[in-house]
Write a protein that binds this ligand. Structure first.
Ligand code: MG
Length: 180
């Protein structure tokens, strides 16, 4: 999308209607109004929930609910390239939010998800963290999630599925998306 507009900007430099400065101002305003909003899931999209769950179950098969114990969510490993990719998307101007459903059986998950975000992405990203049990309620353009939310109004990249198996693919698909 931005490439198209940059093309128009280059054309406009030659045209009689706007000066370069005027067009840049219009372009900045356009970008501000039309930013693509992306929601990113945490468990099994940014953090390795299932891997950790299985490791806990292997070590201690009697504990059927390892995600209910202290530090489970805080200690999850990153999914490869997830953190780097969402930082890059934000730098590129996308409106990136982390959207996660907490575990209602583990109140600690509300706190530990917030701590995970600070430890892996930095303090500023805590302001971009949304804890919500129903992701379909949010208004946005793209949701990247390993679970399908049928009533989400934007498009969904089904992370971990054949159509979007990793972050490299997700990054490409985001850039193919055009809001206009
Ligand atoms: Mg998930």
């Amino acid at each position: 999308m931005y490439e198209k507009l940059i093309g128009k900007l280059e054309e406009a430099e030659k045209g009689p209607f706007y000066t370069k400065e005027e067009f840049e101002k219009i372009f900045e305003e356009y970008k501000r109004k039309h930013r693509i909003r992306i929601y990113i899931d945490m468990d099994d999209t940014l953090c390795q929930f299932t891997k950790s769950k299985n490791e806990h179950l292997e070590r201690n098969p009697d504990n059927k609910y390892p995600w209910c114990q202290l530090d489970f969510f805080r200690n999850l490993e990153e999914v490869q390239s997830g953190v780097e990719t969402i930082k890059l998307l934000a730098k590129e101007g996308y409106d990136v939010w982390i959207l996660t459903r907490p575990s209602i059986r583990n109140p600690l998950s509300y706190m530990e998800k917030r701590i995970w975000v600070e430890e892996h992405l930095g303090f500023d990203w805590c302001d971009k963290l949304i804890l919500c049990p129903n992701k379909s309620l949010l208004i946005g353009d793209i949701l990247i999630d390993d679970k399908i939310w049928e009533n989400f109004k934007g498009i969904q990249l089904h992370f971990g599925s054949e159509s979007c198996s990793d972050w490299e693919t997700a990054y490409k698909q985001i850039h193919e998306y055009e809001k206009i």
